[in-house]
Design a protein around this ligand. Sequence first.
Ligand code: IMP
Length: 191
Amino acid sequence: MKICFATNNQKKVEEVKAALGDNFEIVSLKDIGCIDELPETGDTLEHNAFQKARYVKEHFGVDCFADDTGLEVDALEGEPGVYSGRYAGEPRSDDRNIDLLLKNLEKSSLRKARFKTVIALLLGDEEYKFEGVAEGEILKERKGDGGFGYDSVFVPNGYVQSFAQLTMAEKNAISHRGKAVRALISFLSNI
Ligand code: IMP
């Protein structure tokens, strides 16, 4: 089955390909000739995921799924949440986002946080939603250089390594996106 993963983040495409195995052919936006910046103007993960997927379906006519992920930090009342990608403003920068996050948590001993992923799937005329959550804590400084985004400052519950110190397979097994993708796969395998 051929499905477009509506993201411009090549690392995410690789993660999902690794999780999906050979039963599905995942094509990227580049593969379908989409170079547009996908709209994400909502204030929830769900809104943005469906907005991106619907844009690709409408303009390129392909079955597709889109994800939206946010990091919710308890001491920051759920921020940066849906604004995780542009936490430190435009142009987007993982490095500046992490700097701002660590600065805002400087005086906080409460480090509890979670990543949440929503996946919107558009298949034929139907729309479906899948979710995944990874609970953990925010470090006081960066650890490891794998992964992307906030990986180097997020330690999942039950681990001492940050997401950036885990292999892609290890991260996939416990991550928010891994869980959401497995829910997607389980659904796709049963249709
Ligand atoms: P997006 O909506 O999935 O593009 O993600 C929004 C923000 O969350 C971006 O800054 C990403 O870097 C960050 N993010 C998404 N997924 C992950 C992850 O698996 N690890 C660390 N940061 C992530």
